[in-house]
Design a protein around this ligand. Structure first.
Ligand code: BTN
Length: 250
């Protein structure tokens, strides 16, 4: 990514106020964390890499992001905005950007995956130190042509959908601007998330810590939890994504 070009066109006030760029690194989340532990890191500082060798995914999984994709971590102060709705913002921001700026029909899967059809184009990992800092790491598959056989049925990129190659710095500028406007503006994120998902009303196979079931998705609670109806008619809120696997074929 051309950092001079990126900074030049960035229209945000907070997100991206400090940019640390790596051509190749283990993980931008790890680097952001190391920085936050060692320094008083300004809210909005970003860590971006052209290639990650040890990208981290949710539930201890690996996130593969070779060259041509966006690997980005953003640092936030751990204050009152870091609540149960906080993880939803970046996914909604990206879904909006993909729809508005790239005409790609993106939708969000709870809590913050971004899908095209039933395949994942972006994953988000939020990691923090309570009362100190919060890091939001986002991986977006942009110009990747082909995926390994392990993930080819579940992953997709902007290029594999459109056949075009995209500027990663332009995408990053659009994303940060949308994210900033949503997070610091007056948006109703609960409503925005609902408008950008295809889950509600669907019957979906889920697995919670290995226990499989079919549930109906009935809504999103005001706190941002997924509301489900079990086969016996009982209802519950899914609060944590850890140990949870939601089938994307819905
Ligand atoms: C997921 O499993 O869905 C979350 C993937 C998060 C990947 C991003 S890429 C930038 C940041 N650095 C990391 O090591 N992980 C996140």
């Amino acid at each position: 990514m051309n950092i001079a070009e990126f900074k030049e066109g960035l229209q945000t006030k907070i997100l991206g106020n400090t940019v640390t760029h790596f051509e190749r690194i283990d993980s931008t989340n790890t680097q952001a964390k190391v920085h936050c532990e060692a320094h008083d890191t300004q809210e909005g500082s970003i860590f971006v890499a052209d290639k990650q060798d040890q990208g981290k995914g949710t539930d201890g999984n690996r996130w593969t992001s070779g060259e041509g994709n966006l690997s980005l971590s953003i640092v936030f102060r751990y204050d009152e905005k870091v609540n149960t709705l906080f993880p939803l913002y970046p996914a909604v921001a990206l879904a909006k950007v993909l729809r508005q700026n790239y005409q790609i029909d993106a939708h969000v899967k709870w809590p913050n995956d971004v899908l095209i059809g039933n395949k994942k184009i972006s994953g988000i990992l939020c990691e923090g130190s309570p009362n100190k800092y919060m890091i939001v790491g986002i991986g977006i598959n942009v110009n990747q042509d082909a995926f390994s056989k392990e993930i080819k049925d579940i992953a997709i990129s902007m290029k594999s959908i459109t056949g075009e190659t995209f500027s990663i710095s332009t995408l990053c500028q659009h994303f940060l601007l949308e994210y900033e406007n949503l997070l610091y503006g007056t948006a109703n994120i609960h409503q925005e998330w609902i408008e950008h998902t295809e889950m509600i009303g669907k019957s979906i196979a889920i697995s919670q810590n290995g226990n499989k079931s079919n549930v109906k998705i009935i809504g999103l609670s005001q706190e941002g939890f997924l509301q489900i109806e079990n086969a016996d008619g009982s209802t519950e809120n899914l609060m944590a994504r850890s140990g949870l696997d939601i089938d994307t074929n819905y």
